[in-house]
Design a protein around this ligand. Structure first.
Ligand code: GMT
Length: 373
């Protein structure tokens, strides 16, 4: 199939997932055309069957805000025609889905049929999409897409609850590529971070408020008082200076390492003993899945779709959003009990296998075939 993938090019979960999906589809001989305003972060090497088309946004003094949606729709029209695409798969409703539907209508007038598959990722539904000005556009885009997928059952339910939806929504969860995400022997690296064999706690995100990274620091402070440990923070974003401030206030700076944005997250996860994800809202929690694939148990909040990934008492523990004390208690118990920790490591890996890329890929291919027919 010739598939157009529209996504955000940034490090955020939806862009990462869309890029990895395209790369995997290309290995199965599909022709993939990425359309975005920048080269997607994980599209960093030349790969056969993959093309990248940049959306150029013409500037004009009249525009206080550049009309990205219009430029994107125009680009989609162009690529559908020139590359003879069979399907457009847009990731994140705003503004990708409505732009794709505009392109679809323009193409229909040229007697070209292009089905649109929309994948909902989370904040397009749970946060920004609910804004009173966006809601009617998001509802309309979902109802008029040829197929709609949500990355968790919880996100599907949230969508049905908060929008006016007539369209069937398929749940296709996030996936993991085990060729990349697996526990690797990285003793030298562990030695560098934790020279006295301290436990290594990891959090990775885009450092936005919704991730509640201050809770990560508060949980870690309590862990540190009971268990010799180090905290490794991967990523960057708007909350960075607040987090540094919290570290200073709680007097934990000496045990916290900020690694910034990292490409090879799996290398760092490989030396982890525990992953923390206390998010306020999380449609799925790809970061937790990546940790579990590297055999790292997870202590998380029970927000959104996280309980579909992290199983309480098996692969880690869940607590209410903001319940730092309970998260700390679970973490300390787990880190102090070698047998339980070993069992949770194995369970985490086993659970991660239920989200194997190869299986999930087939589900997307089935949807493409359905809408192309
Ligand atoms: O939360 C992020 O880090 C980015 C965000 C996005 O919109 O790109 O990720 C969302 O999509 C991911 C991939 O489907 C999910 O795994 C994340 O849970 C989801 N984030 C939220 O719902 C907050």
């Amino acid at each position: 199939m010739r598939i157009g993938i529209v996504c955000y090019p940034t490090f955020g979960g939806s862009g990462v997932l869309a890029t990895e999906l395209g790369k995997a589809l290309a290995t199965k001989n599909h022709e993939i055309h990425f359309i975005s305003y920048n080269q997607p972060a994980r599209l960093d090497t030349f790969t056969e069957n993959i093309y990248y088309h940049e959306v150029f946004i013409a500037k004009y003094p009249l525009f206080e805000h550049t009309p990205y949606e219009t430029a994107l729709a125009g680009k989609m029209v162009d690529i559908v025609k020139s590359a003879k695409l069979d399907v457009l798969h847009v990731h994140y409703a705003i503004p990708h889905a409505s732009a794709a539907l505009m392109a679809k209508q323009i193409l229909a007038e040229m007697n070209i049929r292009i089905p649109v598959v929309t994948t909902l990722h989370g904040t397009d539904i749970t946060l920004v999409g609910r804004e009173i000005t966006y809601e009617p556009v998001v509802s309309w885009s979902i109802n008029n897409s040829d197929a709609v997928t949500a990355v968790s059952q919880n996100l599907k339910e949230d969508t049905l609850k908060h929008f006016h939806i007539r369209k069937e929504i398929d749940v296709i969860p996030n996936f993991i590529d085990f060729n990349r995400f697996n526990k690797k022997p990285r003793e030298h690296f562990k030695q560098m971070i934790a020279p006295n064999n301290e436990k290594i706690i990891i959090h990775t995100s885009n450092f936005r408020k919704v991730k509640r990274i201050e809770d990560v620091i508060r949980v870690f402070q309590q862990i540190q008082q009971q268990v010799p440990s180090k905290l490794v923070l991967i990523g960057d974003g708007p909350e960075r200076s607040n987090i540094e401030k919290t570290c200073r206030e709680l007097n934990v700076c000496q045990w916290v390492t900020f690694l910034g944005k990292q490409e090879a997250i799996e290398e760092i996860l490989s030396i982890g003993d525990l992953f923390l994800l206390p998010s306020e809202s999380e449609s799925f929690g790809l970061a937790a899945l990546e940790a579990m694939a590297c055999e790292v148990p997870v202590v998380s909040s029970n927000a959104g779709g996280i309980p579909e990934v992290n199983i309480h008492g098996k692969t880690g523990f869940l607590a209410d959003v903001g319940d730092v004390d309970t998260m700390a208690r679970y973490s300390i118990d787990l880190l102090n009990d070698n047998a339980m920790h070993e069992e949770f490591r194995k369970n985490a890996l086993k659970q991660a296998h239920s989200f194997d890329l190869q299986e999930i890929l087939i589900q997307y291919e089935t949807i493409y075939s359905r809408v192309i027919k």
